[in-house]
Design a binder for this molecule. Structure first.
Ligand SMILES: CC(=O)/C=C/C=C(C)/C=C/C1=C(C)CCCC1(C)C
Ligand SMILES: CC(/C=C/C=O)=C\C=C\C=O
Ligand SMILES: [Fe+2]
Length: 564
C-alpha cells in the first residue's frame, strides 16, 4: 500500500555547505546577530546557517551557532525574546548536557511541532500561526538526551524558499498578486484548495501503525515524518473520496484509530470520520447539522468519551468572505456570531446517531482537555462532562497572538482571562447544557491553554490536567500548571522571563497512579536562551533540565514516540 507521495527533499540531496558559503563578508558576525550581540527581530531568510546540515551523526558534529545571548531578563514578550524569533538554522542535532536526573525508564522521543520561522527575506509574517513548521525532538535514553530540530519541507515552505515570496495562503498571510488576472487565478485556486497552505505547523501525532504525521487545519497539510531524523517523508494522502479542504487540527489518535471532524462550509455541519490504524481511508461515522449559522463553528479540536464523540458548535464560525480577503480581519478567517448561539452535539461512536444536542453558554476555545460519561447507580449515562481551555467567550485572544503583540510586552497585564471551562451536557433530553469553571481560575493565574492529560485516561473520568497558566502581569501564558480537578487546586511552575511550551505528560510504564510519570516542556528564556525541562508528574517539581545551544522559538503541540 502506498502510504505517502514522496516529495523531493531538497535538503537531504544537497551537500553540506561550508559556513563561509553564505557568510556576510562585511561582518565577522553571523547576520542574525547585530554587532552588540542582540538578535535582530527580522532575520534574513538566507541565513548563514540555514542550509547547513549540522547533524551529530554520522558526520562529526559541527558547532551550533555561536550564540552570545543578551544577559538581561526580558519578560515574556520583549522584541528579542527567542519564543517569537525565527529559528536560527534549518536543522541541528546534538547531545544536551543534563542537569538533574532523567529517569531511566524514560526511553523514547518527544516530538514537538510549531510555527518556528516567521519571515521570508525581509518580509515578516504577522501572526504566530503563520510561521513555517519547525519540528523539535528530545530523545531520551539511559538518562541521556539527544536533541534536534528541522524545518518541515511542506510545499508552502519550499516554494517560499525558492521564490523568496509567500506562495500559499497561510493562517493570516495571503500571497500578493502582480495583476488582476493573477488575483482571479488565485481565487479560483482558493476554491479548489490549491492556494491553501500545506504548512503542517500545528501538531504531530503518532498513528497506531507507527507512522508519525504532522498536521494543521488544512487536509493537504498532513505530512509523514521520520521521528528519528525529522526528515519529511511525504504527504499523507487520505485514500478516500470524502473531499473537503479542512479538518480539525487535533484528531483523536489512539493505537486503534484516528477520529476527526470535517467541517462542511456549504451545508453548515460536520462529518465525523474514523480512520483505522494502518489505513489511509477515512470512513464516515455520522454527520452533525449545525443548529446555528451562517457557517460551522471553528473546530480546532473536539473531545470524546468512551462511547461518544462530542461535536462542539462554537459561535466563532468559519467565514467564507474573510477567506477571500487579501488583508486579515481581527478574527482572521472567522467571525463571531453570538446571535447564532452555541451548541454541543453528542454522537454515538458505534451508530453515528446524535443522542444529545444542547444549547450552551457562548464560549471560545482552541483546546478540549478531556471528556467523560457520568452515570447513575444503574449505569445509565446521565451526562457528559467535557473540559476545555476556555477564553471567557472573548475572541480577542486570536489577536493577542499577533507577533507584534507578543513582541511588545510593556508590563501591562493584557492576557485575557481563561479558565478550565467544564461543560455538563445532559443526556436526558434537556435542551440546555451548563458551562462553568472547573476550579477557581486564580489558582492558575487566569491563564489556561496548551493542555495535556495522561493518555490512558482519554475519554474517562480523570483528575489531573497539565497546561500553561499565567503569572500576571503578562501578555502570554508564562507558567506550567498542574490542575487537580478533584481538589480544585493547581500547582504552578514559573521562572521570570520564561515562555514554556505545552507541558506534555508521559506515563511511567506500569504506573497505576494517574500522575505517575513526567511532564516535558521546552522553555524559551528572556535572556535569549532555551532549555528542555522535565518535571515530576506527581510532585510537579523539576527533575532535570538541559540547555539548548541556541534560543528556541515557541512551539505548539507534541507527541511521544516510545522506544520499545
Ligand atoms: C497553527 C494553528 O494552530 C493554526 C493554523 C491554522 C491554519 C493554517 C488555518 C488555515 C486556514 C486557511 C489557510 C484557509 C481556510 C481556513 C483555515 C482552515 C482557517
Ligand atoms: C498558544 C495558544 C493560546 C494561548 C493563549 O492563552 C493557542 C494555540 C492554538 C493552536 O494550537
Ligand atoms: Fe492546537
Amino acid at each position: 500500500m502506498a502510504f505517502c507521495t514522496p516529495i523531493r527533499n531538497s535538503l537531504s540531496s544537497r551537500p553540506t555547505m561550508a559556513l563561509s558559503d553564505h557568510t556576510n563578508k562585511k561582518s565577522a558576525l553571523p547576520s542574525f546577530l547585530t554587532k552588540n550581540g542582540l538578535f535582530r527581530t527580522q532575520r534574513p531568510f538566507h541565513h548563514p546557517y540555514l542550509s547547513v546540515t549540522n547533524v551529530a551523526s554520522p558526520s562529526p558534529p559541527i558547532a551550533p551557532p555561536p550564540l552570545t545571548p543578551p544577559k538581561r531578563s526580558d519578560t515574556t514578550g520583549g522584541p528579542h525574546h527567542p519564543a517569537w524569533t525565527s529559528i536560527p538554522q534549518e536543522r541541528w542535532e546534538g547531545e544536551l548536557h543534563v542537569q538533574g536526573q532523567i529517569p531511566l525508564w524514560l526511553k523514547g522521543t518527544y516530538l514537538r511541532n510549531g510555527p518556528g520561522l516567521w519571515h521570508i527575506g525581509d518580509y515578516n509574517f504577522r501572526h504566530l500561526f503563520d510561521g513555517y513548521a519547525t519540528l523539535v525532538k528530545l530523545h531520551f535514553e539511559n538518562g541521556r538526551l539527544i536533541a534536534g530540530h528541522r524545518q518541515l519541507e511542506s510545499q508552502a515552505y519550499q516554494a517560499s524558499k525558492k521564490n523568496q515570496k509567500l506562495c500559499y495562503r497561510e493562517f493570516s498571510e495571503v500571497p500578493k498578486h502582480d495583476n488582476f488576472l493573477a488575483y482571479v487565478g488565485e481565487l479560483a485556486n482558493l476554491f479548489s484548495g490549491a492556494s491553501l497552505t500545506d504548512n503542517a505547523n500545528t501538531g504531530v501525532t503518532k498513528l497506531g501503525d507507527g507512522r508519525v504525521v504532522c498536521l494543521t487545519e488544512t487536509q493537504k497539510g498532513s505530512y509523514v515524518i521520520d521521528p528519528n531524523t525529522l526528515e519529511t517523508l511525504g504527504r499523507f494522502e487520505y485514500g478516500d473520496t470524502l473531499g473537503g479542504l479542512i479538518h480539525s487540527a487535533h484528531p483523536i489518535v489512539t493505537d486503534e484509530e484516528f477520529l476527526t471532524l470535517l467541517p462542511d462550509l456549504i451545508k453548515p455541519g460536520y462529518l465525523v470520520v474514523r480512520m483505522e490504524a494502518g489505513s489511509n481511508e477515512r470512513k464516515v461515522i455520522g454527520r452533525v447539522d449545525c443548529r446555528g449559522g451562517p457557517a460551522p463553528g471553528w473546530v480546532h479540536s473536539f473531545p470524546v468519551t468512551e462511547h461518544y464523540i462530542v461535536v462542539p458548535e462554537m459561535p466563532l464560525r468559519y467565514c467564507a468572505q474573510n477567506l477571500l480577503r487579501a488583508e486579515p480581519t481581527p478574527l482572521y478567517k472567522f467571525e463571531w456570531h453570538p446571535e447564532s448561539k452555541a451548541f454541543m452535539h453528542v454522537m454515538c461512536r458505534s451508530s453515528g446517531n446524535i443522542v444529545a444536542s444542547v444549547e450552551v453558554p457562548l464560549f471560545v476555545t482552541f483546546h478540549y482537555i478531556n471528556a467523560y460519561e457520568e452515570e447513575d447507580e444503574d449505569g445509565r449515562v446521565t451526562a457528559i462532562i467535557a473540559d476545555c481551555c476556555e477564553h471567557s467567550a472573548d475572541t480577542t485572544i486570536l489577536d493577542k497572538l499577533r507577533l507584534n503583540n507578543l513582541r511588545s510586552f510593556n508590563g501591562q497585564d493584557v492576557l485575557p482571562d481563561a479558565r478550565v471551562g467544564r461543560f455538563r451536557i445532559p443526556m436526558n433530553g434537556s435542551e440546555y447544557g451548563i458551562l462553568e469553571a472547573a476550579l477557581e481560575p486564580n489558582e492558575h493565574g487566569r491563564g489556561m491553554d496548551m493542555c495535556s492529560i495522561n493518555p490512558n485516561y482519554l475519554g474517562k473520568k480523570y483528575r489531573y490536567a497539565y497546561a500553561c497558566g499565567a503569572q500576571r502581569p503578562c501578555n502570554f501564558p508564562n507558567t506550567l500548571t498542574k490542575v487537580d480537578l478533584e481538589e480544585k487546586k493547581a500547582k504552578n511552575w514559573y521562572e521570570e522571563g520564561a515562555v514554556p511550551s505545552e507541558p506534555f505528560f508521559v506515563a511511567r510504564p506500569g504506573a497505576t497512579e494517574e500522575d505517575d510519570g513526567v511532564v516535558i516542556s521546552m522553555v524559551s528564556e528572556g535572556n535569549g536562551e532555551a532549555f528542555a525541562l522535565l518535571l515530576d508528574g506527581s510532585s510537579f517539581e523539576e527533575i532535570a533540565r538541559a540547555k539548548f545551544p541556541y534560543g528556541m522559538p515557541y512551539g505548539l503541540h507534541g507527541c511521544w514516540v516510545p522506544k520499545h
